[in-house]
Structure formats: C-alpha cells, structure tokens
Design a binder for this molecule. Structure first.
Ligand code: CA
Length: 224
C-alpha cells in the first residue's frame, strides 16, 4: 500500500484529503505540525508527502528544508493558499516536486500524486514513459508539463495544459461544459461563465481546430 503523509494544520482540509485518498486506495497518516510530521517522515515508510506551507512554528518550507537535509527522499507536493511566485521558487529550491494552489480539485491532486509516484519509484525510462500521455501525435509530459504535436513543442498555459490533459484522459467521450468546469476549474470560476468555450478556442488555435469537436447541446469531444 502506498503511504501518504498529510502535513496540514487545518483539520477540515486534512479530513477532506484523507477521505478522498483512502477511497482511492492510499494509506494515510496525518500530522498537524512540523514536529509530528518530522518524526513520522524520518521514522516511517512514507512514499509521498503532501505539505501545507502555512503551518504553525517553522512553517512548511522550514520543515521541508530540515527533512531534505536529513535525507528524506520521498516526493513532496506542496499545497498552499499562497500563489506567490517566491514561495513556489523557494519550495522547488528546497526540494519540493510539485505545487498545488488551494483551492484545487481533488481529481487534479490525484493526477499529480500518481504522476509523482510513478516518477519516483525508479527513475528509469519506463517510468518516464508512464508520465507521458499520448493521443495520436499529441504528447503530454506530466512531469515537465511540456507538450508537443508531431514532435513540435507547443506552448500552453497551466489551465490549457490541464484542459488538454482532461480531454486526453477521456478520448472520444462527450464532456459537458459543467463537467469540464468541475474537473479543470474547480470552484475557481464565475457561474454562467463561458470560460470553457474560450479555452477550447485557445486549444484549437494551438493544436488545430479538428481535434476538439463541438457536440451541439452537449459539450465537447476530443478526437485523437
Ligand atoms: Ca495551514
């Protein structure tokens, strides 16, 4: 069983994460402060750590630095309300593997966790391939967040990337606007917004218009 350490001082968030992750087949150990987390991380058999930056005391970044200094090697995904670029840079410098800004969709967290676990289990070519999502001539690298079409690199924003990833995970399936909003935007959008149509437009412009079909009255279908 894959063992995930959740370091978070807000029990509401810990409960939400633990419930979802247990339902997805993970073993969960929660820790609400740095001291507790440090003991579990260095002593236990942890495969991955979810780390809140806004912890009491030394804070999440301090804890991460301390753990990496003591040889803790499992992948670390930072979860934080702050979207400041400085925190992000500091987090990566201190040895974080990925970064998710609250609020986020649980499904997005799950995708990131699985990608991290695949790439960390052994850094071989086959694992690198497992972090690749391919549909026809489109290749997404989930680790480097790079995209190419017919071998040519394409520049996508974070949201465009997540939208394309969502389409590629559901090929030939009609996805409604509401479903796409839930999966890609979470609660981070205005009700009644046409943001899905706008972003599908961006993707069509960058990937070619024939890849995402409009299914009238229903939504969109990705055709690899
Ligand atoms: Ca917190």
């Amino acid at each position: 069983m894959t063992h995930i350490l959740i370091v978070e001082d807000e029990s509401r968030i810990t409960d939400f994460l633990a419930k979802g992750l247990r339902a997805s087949g993970f073993t969960i150990t929660p820790a609400s402060n740095g001291e507790e987390a440090s003991a579990i991380a260095l002593d236990g058999n942890i495969d991955l750590m979810l780390l809140d930056l806004g912890l009491p005391g030394q804070g999440g970044l301090g804890l991460l630095q301390e753990l990496r200094g003591q040889g803790f090697q499992a992948p670390v995904i930072i979860l934080t309300a702050r979207s400041g670029i400085d925190d992000k840079v500091a987090g990566f410098e201190l040895g974080a593997d990925d970064y998710l800004t609250k609020p986020f969709r649980f499904e997005e967290l799950l995708v990131r966790i699985r990608a991290r676990l695949r790439t960390s289990s052994s850094p071989s070519t086959s694992d690198a391939q497992a972090a690749m999502l391919t549909a026809g001539d489109i290749v997404l690298d989930l680790r480097t967040r790079r995209v190419s079409v017919s071998g040519k690199p394409i520049d996508l924003s974070a949201r465009e990337f997540t939208l394309l990833e969502t389409f590629m995970r559901h090929p030939e399936q009609v996805l409604s606007r509401q479903h796409l909003l839930d999966l890609v935007w979470g609660y981070d959008y205005e009700p009644g917004s046409n943001v899905v149509d706008v972003y599908v437009g961006y993707l069509r412009k960058k990937l070619g218009s024939n890849r995402i079909e409009t299914v009238r009255g229903m939504g969109y279908r990705f055709v690899p």
